[in-house]
Design a protein around this ligand. Structure first.
Ligand code: FES
Length: 102
């Protein structure tokens, strides 16, 4: 595991998912209240870009067919058939967002 600097906190807007690349992988960052969450950007259904989806609270909807993910865990909550995307621990220090990646 390693911590990777992925963004400045100032670059994140509440309710606005942000795409970042870490070691060639696409992750989506979302800011909900005072927390920042990180998940894989690639939808478990057919690969839609979650960073272009719509955020409602902690639920991020894929723009292609509407599957919804809990950004805190990466779990698909709708249709909720056990699908998920990977989620990653985050840390905010001095206005910098860090993500713990394998
Ligand atoms: S590709 Fe995301 S819901 Fe179908």
């Amino acid at each position: 595991m390693s911590l990777v600097n992925v963004a400045r906190l100032d670059d994140l807007r509440a309710g606005q998912p942000k795409l970042v690349e870490v070691g060639g992988a696409r992750l989506v960052l979302v800011c909900v209240k005072d927390e920042v969450y990180a998940c894989d950007d690639v939808c478990a259904h057919q690969g839609g870009p979650l960073s272009q989806g719509k955020l409602s609270g902690v639920r991020l909807a894929c723009p292609w067919h509407g599957w919804m993910y809990d950004v805190r865990t990466g779990e698909c909550v709708m249709p909720g058939r056990g699908n998920r995307v990977a989620s990653y621990a985050t840390r905010i220090e001095g206005g910098t967002v860090w993500v713990q990646v394998p």
